[in-house]
Design a protein around this ligand. Structure first.
Ligand code: ZN
Length: 118
């Protein structure tokens, strides 16, 4: 075994591709088979931990931080938008009721995103 060996970027890329695939399968399955969808998500989480690949933010937000269940807006969680001071999205887990809040930037466009008129 190598001490402090880093996984090559190729392995991480493959892990990330598998994570994308697993989440895609989970989304396609959740309505018909919630347990199977959860299994895909668990595999994706284990894969991300085992390979130390960080889970993309959009997927981290689809896993309840409390019960680790796969939550998908319109399926098993509620999404509310709060507009106090800063706009926040509040996602309530449909299993354990934990809320996950995260800010959203509205109306702020970075310079890079502004396209020049032709
Ligand atoms: Zn939960």
């Amino acid at each position: 075994m190598f001490e402090g060996g880093e996984l090559g970027s190729a392995s991480k890329r493959i892990a990330l591709q598998r994570i994308h695939k697993l989440f895609q399968l989970a989304r396609d399955t959740i309505v018909e088979d919630e347990k199977l969808a959860q299994r895909y998500v668990d595999i994706a989480r284990k894969l991300s931990m085992a390979t130390r690949t960080s889970m993309p933010l959009e997927y981290r937000r689809q896993i309840c931080r409390e019960c680790k269940r796969f939550i998908l807006p319109g399926v098993n969680c509620r999404v509310r938008i709060q507009q106090r001071r800063e706009t926040h999205i509040v996602v309530t887990c449909g299993y354990c009721g934990t809320y996950i809040r995260y800010p959203v930037k509205v109306g702020r466009v970075s310079k890079n995103e502004i396209k020049k008129k032709p």
